[in-house]
Design a protein around this ligand. Structure first.
Ligand code: NAD
Ligand code: UDX
Length: 463
């Protein structure tokens, strides 16, 4: 079957960029991205492509090219489902905050709502593609809903997890390491796989498109994130040992990364990983393993999260200890709030937890981030419910420039690896700070020797 009309439910960090790239690369396919969130859709339709709701290098240009041609954003979910031959489900699957599996399992309520809406609206056969990250065997539940509440039409369910990383979403989508498509091994299943494969084949070479059964595809996504996060927790564990022994974690990472069996990527020690995926997906994996009675498997992967929480806490503790065991009323400048550079996403950012710890010690936090608003930062802190919103408001100050944020500070903490932080006039920052002027480089991006020669007391991770 040749696909000419696609719909994507969920206009978020995955749905938006993924569909923009499909629309750009397949001008003969009409792509409709729909969402319940009216403001989000209005922002995607903002006449100025620079104002789209997600900041990703290169994305606004692609949206400018395809929007109105074959890329459309709307809140009319029914219409988009009705018209499309292929429906991507790209809604959020956060960790459950209630009931059974609270704090561990993925919350599938948005997925189920989508399945029920598709079942209600669809009058012709459809291919339904799981783009969201889902627990293994979710396709079974979706299929059951579609088959039992639908209008007697045929559905094929495919799993097509997304591997893009934020900050590099566009290049990852344009040039993916692989595309994974899981589907049924029946003739209808194979036909559906072929239809999706042909969409990607417009720009991805076929040897990079991998097809598997549905369960392998669903589980591969959780596995990939668990392995990536595990590397970060492993190097972060070594960073603590480095600090005790005089070894330097950057040197250790380089030395082990040159072993081709290990490889150099994802070995950057840091204040701890953040983002909407790693923690959520590992907790979900742990929950699934536990639900099958596999306690050793569950405990093994849970340790990745334990280590990450420890790394974030260790960073805030180090700031307090180094500042003579008190930070009350001291100004601590944060460079960065996003969970990594080149994104405006702050979900699970280490900065939130470090700020929360330091505010518990009554420190005044002054933040500069090139892409994150004060409203967002406050919402992140309020979500933790550690103290009143009024108190958070009082302890958090946000500035338009790093120089303002650092002015009069006792310490500067680097929480995000934004490139611009390495280009600052650090002498000017030093001159404006209390002495001794401390730097806590949670990303190991600054030049320690240069800062020390200016007079800073420099603390990196793992050295
Ligand atoms: P997101 O929160 O940015 O976007 C999800 C969107 O879905 C929201 O705008 C929400 O309003 C909308 N939505 C929810 N229920 C809906 C419904 N019933 N009808 C219409 N719209 C609805 O989430 P995201 O970061 O794009 O993640 C989506 C999925 O992709 C998750 O499963 C996530 O694990 C996975 N994923 C995310 C990334 C990433 O980097 N963010 C990467 C790979 C995979
Ligand atoms: C991740 C996966 O990489 C991606 O394949 C998946 O689709 C979604 O989840 P993302 O969370 O967007 O992507 O960014 P990623 O680059 O993986 O970084 C996650 C966190 O780990 C960030 O906080 C980052 O700063 C941190 N990190 C990454 C490190 O601390 N050290 C590293 O070496 C790499």
């Amino acid at each position: 079957m040749k696909i000419t009309k696609i719909c994507c439910i969920g206009a978020g960090y995955v749905g938006g960029p993924t569909m923009a790239v499909i629309a750009q690369k397949c001008p003969d396919i009409q792509v409709r991205v729909v969402d319940l969130n009216e403001q989000r859709i209005a922002d995607w339709n903002d006449p100025n492509p620079e104002n789209i709701p997600i900041y990703e290098p290169g994305l606004s240009e692609i949206v400018a090219e395809a929007r109105g041609r074959n890329l459309f954003f709307s809140t009319d979910v029914d219409k988009a489902i009705d018209e499309a031959q292929m429906i991507f489900i790209s809604v959020n699957t956060p960790t459950k905050t209630y009931g059974k599996g609270k704090g561990m399992a993925a919350d599938l309520k948005y997925i189920e709502l989508c399945a029920r809406q598709i079942a209600r609206v669809a009058k012709q056969n459809k291919i339904v593609v799981e783009k969201s990250t889902l627990p293994v065997r979710t396709a079974e539940a979706i299929k059951s809903i579609l088959d039992n509440t639908g209008n007697g039409v045929q559905f094929q369910i495919l799993s097509n997890p997304e591997f893009l990383a934020e900050g590099t979403a566009v290049t990852d989508l344009l040039n993916p390491d692989r595309i994974l498509i899981g589907g049924d091994t029946t003739p209808e299943g194979e036909e559906a796989i072929e239809a999706l494969l042909n969409v990607y084949a417009n720009w991805v070479s076929k040897d990079r498109i991998l097809t598997t059964n549905v369960w392998s595809s669903e589980l591969s996504k959780l596995t990939a994130n668990a392995f990536l996060a595990q590397r970060i927790s492993s190097i972060n564990a070594m960073s603590e040992l480095c600090e005790k022994t005089g070894a330097d974690v950057n040197e250790v990472a380089k030395a082990i990364g040159m072993d081709s069996r290990i490889g150099p990527k994802f070995l950057k020690a840091s204040v701890g990983f953040g983002g909407s995926c790693f923690q959520k997906d590992i907790l979900n994996l742990v929950y699934i393993a536990k639900s099958y009675g596999l306690s050793e498997v569950a405990d093994y992967w849970e340790q990745v999260i334990v280590m990450n929480d420890h790394q974030k806490r260790r960073f805030s503790n180090k700031i307090v200890q180094t500042l003579y065991n008190t930070v009350a009323d001291k100004k601590i400048a944060f460079l960065g709030w996003a969970f990594k550079k080149d994104t405006n996403d702050t979900r699970e950012s280490a900065a939130i937890y470090v700020a929360d710890d330091l505010i518990n010690e009554q420190a005044k936090i002054s933040v500069y981030d090139p892409k994150v608003s004060r409203t967002k930062m406050l919402a992140d802190l309020n979500y933790l419910e550690t103290r009143s919103e009024k108190d958070n408001n009082e302890f958090l100050n946000v500035f338009e420039s790093a120089y303002q944020a650092c002015n009069g500070a006792h310490a500067v903490a680097v929480l995000t690896e934004w490139d611009e932080f390495t280009t600052y006039d650090w002498q000017k920052i030093y001159d404006s700070m209390h002495k001794p002027a401390f730097v806590f480089d949670g990303r190991n991006i600054l030049n320690a020797k240069e800062l020390e020669s200016i007079g800073f007391v420099y603390n990196g991770i793992g050295s």
